[in-house]
Design a protein around this ligand. Structure first.
Ligand code: 26M
Length: 819
């Protein structure tokens, strides 16, 4: 027997209490009577993970035994959210724990509130990775997630006089009970230096990398429990540490300060998550981060996860490395280097293997978001990789030239190396050339990717491009976030929907059931009261459960158009103060925003300031009679999302058509019974097709119309001139109505709208206001609204990330569920 017998602690209240007290006394070193909430939380977390341990070890053992093909998900970000609730759900322990803690005089809810979420991601892309690994564990598909254990995750956002101020996210400060560090399994990652030619013992001319410096990569393992299926997969995040070489410097050099600086330098690599999520800056540290985790992961898989005697020619039968955007694409030349330089394969063999081992997911279309690394920087940091990239490019362009009869224009268009404005590696091209498959994240996005961004590649590689529409895990975003709705659903259609979300269809007939509609409304009201309690405690805000709750939560980006939402609010406000409407005649609404701006994204920060300025005025103007309220709780994160989304009536998905690759918040809202007001963009399109036009408020330009308007010459001020209501709204902002009469503060926002407006907020303004008027009227018909809300839930089962995973498995990975 390979393992000592492992048993889970007894799944009984008494068994749990024994284990919990043991952890508190012996693990935490405190008595129950003197323990702090944090002591209790840490003890509980460790107790719960004991219950997962046997399943984890068993999963690992079976994985090693069967040698089944699995997925290595390579992602620079995992936006996991709190772990405790999910672990309790996965183990089915919630009731036992609640009762057991009760016997100890401890409140489970208070301990859950103590957990600081690991915010190791920016937004959609990082959260998607977290949903995917949850689904793979639940579907019993072998998967190891690889990433970076940032010491500081996404910054904590605060507002000072309405402006965003960032604070460091010290998520590890109070203890990290979910992680398992394995310093003995460290990998070495090298950087810098130069390459040289040499003749190997077998007489073959080879290239060798003489690196300049190195760091240690320490793996930290996290459990990824499947939902009540006895499965626990692994998430392995790497932390950078100085090697002994750095330590030696400290003792050998007289310059202690310099030596310590060198150590700090190495450890900086995993210090902090870059808080940009659409405009990569080409910073050296960011490339170091990418190579650091990818190199450690590939070495870990090849040298530690695979059996010692594994024949690497069979690598594609064992693993597919899924590239979450271009951030891990340096893994392509890295695997080539490992196979050629370290494992002594020849180029053609190595390339044949590499091409089968990678697949690439693209998450954007915005040109400024496509990563390029200057040849200069890449050559300095990773000289051997640059050589390899050059050769991949040479051989590829040769094939292009052959196929297209020396078409030089096409050859230069398709080159992995861009020449202007500087020589740089186009990471998306490298991923496309090397990947067995390339996918976009929603139907429209995948189509535009083929037609607009990579048409030459689509032509050159028939069958390489595919779509997999994103999804979200119903465990976290329905069952955990919305227990009241979950209970209502289970009462109606029984259990089973949580792992087979299309079964929500069985709710459709209940839309016509009056009693069910009453209960559904009561669930919404209950969730609004719950949100009210959270926001009162967190920010001193109140939420009135009679208001229509209108929510826009997502990163602050111009293309997402938070300013369009602001223009709507200002228009409503202006209608009241001008006397055009009486407050009593409008549908009372509370607007909730949640949005972080990248710290260097000036206009985004100005927009945050504007939202806060509008809120301060609207909320305090007596003439509004409390019929409009604007709330902007700072630091929107997964934890807050779990409280806001279940309470929402209206989901704002108002990006300019063609710019939002998919969106995943849109799916979470629909599944929680909010109606969407949205453009014909990303996964909104698929949501609307499924829930039906009657249950979705569509507005705005279509993607081809956007293109046509750009082509013809877009003049935003012409919309301002020709729509009096738009003019009044913008004038109010410009005149300082939301900045104590100061006309300068928001001048950049106003100027940008009038004279630039890259994302056509003004062009879509009229359609948006008209659609919002329809929303207001529709909400007044309570029964009809509830019917639509129920149908949104019933028809959104497609958006489970379990379905996304099925599609990746069928179309890309070919990794069936194993044991
Ligand atoms: C890159 C380089 C340097 C620093 C940061 C980055 C970077 C980090 C995150 C760039 C982009 C990042 O994320 C982009 C993202 O979240 N995209 C979103 O992906 C979601 C999941 O597919 C989609 O639903 C969203 O539409 C898409 O915007």
């Amino acid at each position: 027997l390979a393992l000592a017998p492992v048993g889970s602690p007894a799944s009984s209240v008494d068994g749990f209490v024994r284990e919990f007290l043991r952890e508190l006394n012996y693990g935490q070193g405190v008595a129950l009577s003197t323990s702090s909430v944090n002591d209790q939380y840490l003890a509980l977390a460790r107790t719960v993970r004991h219950y997962l341990m046997a399943r984890w070890l068993e999963t690992l053992r079976r994985q090693a035994e069967t040698q089944a093909k699995g997925v290595a998900y390579l992602s620079a970000e995992y936006l996991l959210g709190r772990q405790l609730g999910n672990a309790l759900l996965a183990t089915g322990l919630t009731e036992i724990v609640e009762e057991g803690l009760g016997k100890c005089g401890v409140d489970l809810a208070a301990l859950r509130a103590q957990e600081v979420e690991p915010g190791l991601g920016n937004g959609g892309l990082g959260r998607l990775a977290a949903c995917f690994i949850d689904s793979l564990a639940t579907m019993s598909v072998p998967c190891i997630g690889y990433g970076i254990r940032y010491e500081y995750g996404i910054f904590r956002q605060t507002f000072v006089e309405g402006r965003q101020v960032e604070q460091a996210d010290s998520w590890l400060a109070l203890g990290a009970p979910w992680e398992f560090p394995h310093p003995e399994a460290a990998q070495i990652v090298t950087f810098g230096g130069h390459t040289e030619k040499y003749t190997d013992t077998d007489g073959v001319e080879r290239s060798r990398w003489v690196a300049g410096w190195k760091v240690k990569a320490i793996p930290y393992n996290y459990m990824v429990p499947g939902y009540q299926n006895g499965r626990v997969n692994t998430l392995r995040l790497w932390r950078a540490q100085a090697t002994d070489a750095f330590d030696l410097k400290i003792f050998n050099s007289g310059d202690y300060e310099e030596a310590v600086r060198a150590q700090t330098f190495a450890e900086n690599i995993s210090k902090v998550l870059y808080p940009e999520d659409s405009t990569p800056q080409g910073k050296e540290l960011r490339l170091q981060q990418q190579y650091f985790f990818v190199s450690a992961s590939i070495h870990d898989f090849v040298n530690s996860v695979l059996p010692k005697d594994f024949d690497l020619h069979k690598l594609p039968d064992r693993i597919i490395f899924q590239l979450n955007d271009t951030h891990p694409v340096i893994g392509v030349p890295e695997l080539m280097r490992v196979l050629i330089d370290e494992k002594k394969m020849d180029w053609d063999e190595a390339w044949a293997i590499t091409q089968q081992c990678f697949a690439y997911t693209c998450h954007t279309l915005l040109p400024e978001a496509l990563e390029v690394w200057s040849v200069d920087l890449l050559g300095r940091l990773l000289p051997r990789h640059l050589e390899i990239i050059y050769r991949i490019n040479e051989e590829f362009l040769e094939r292009v030239s052959e196929r297209f009869d020396g078409d030089q224009l096409r050859v230069s268009r398709m080159s992995i190396i861009a020449e202007h404005p500087e020589r740089a590696v186009r990471m998306a091209y490298l991923a496309t050339v090397a990947g067995a498959k390339v996918n976009g994240v929603a139907e429209l996005h995948s189509q535009l990717l083929r037609d607009k961004v990579l048409p030459d590649f689509d032509e050159f590689f028939p069958g390489k491009f595919t779509n997999v529409t994103n999804g979200v895990t119903p465990r976290r975003f329905v069952r955990l976030a919305n227990p009241a709705l979950s209970e209502l659903i289970t009462d109606a259609i029984g259990v089973g929907w949580l792992t087979d979300l299309e079964r929500l269809r069985e709710l459709e007939p209940y839309a016509e059931d009056e009693e069910f509609r009453d209960r559904f409304r009561e669930v919404k009201a209950h969730n609004k009261r719950r949100l009210n309690r959270v926001l009162v405690e967190r920010d001193g805000f109140t939420v009135d459960d009679s208001h229509l709750l209108d929510v826009m939560v997502k990163r602050l980006h111009e293309y997402k158009r938070q300013t369009l939402k602001v223009l709507h609010i200002v228009t409503e406000y202006e209608r009241i103060i001008s006397g055009e409407v009486k407050p009593a005649d409008i549908t009372p609404r509370t607007f909730i925003f949640g949005a972080k701006a990248a710290p260097g994204y000036k206009i985004a920060k100005d927009i945050i300031h504007l939202i806060n300025g509008v809120g301060a005025v609207v909320n305090n103007d007596k003439r509004v009679e409390g019929r409009l309220k604007v709330l902007f709780p700072p630091n929107y994160n997964v934890t807050l999302a779990e409280k806001v989304i279940p309470a929402a009536d209206l989901s704002e998905q108002i990006s300019l058509a063609g710019k939002e690759a998919s969106g995943t918040g849109n799916m979470k809202f629909a599944l929680n019974g909010a109606l969407t007001i949205g453009t014909d963009d990303g996964a909104n399109i698929e949501i609307r097709e499924l829930v039906g036009d009657d249950n979705f408020f569509l507005f705005g330009l279509l993607e081809p119309e956007v293109e046509a308007l750009y082509a013809k010459g877009y003049v935003p001020s012409s919309f301002y001139e020709s729509d009096p209501s738009l003019k009044r709204a913008i004038d109010l902002i410009a005149q300082g109505a939301f900045s104590d009469g100061d006309r300068d503060v928001f001048a950049p926002v106003v100027g940008n709208l009038l004279y630039e407006d890259r994302f056509m907020a003004l062009a879509d303004y009229r359609a948006y206001i008209d659609a919002q008027d329809k929303v207001g009227a529709a909400y007044a018909d309570t029964d009809a609204w509830t019917r639509s809300a129920i149908l949104n839930v019933a028809r959104s089962g497609f958006f489970s990330s379990d379905r996304s995973m099925r599609h990746y498995i069928d179309r890309i990975w070919h990794t069936p569920p194993a044991f």
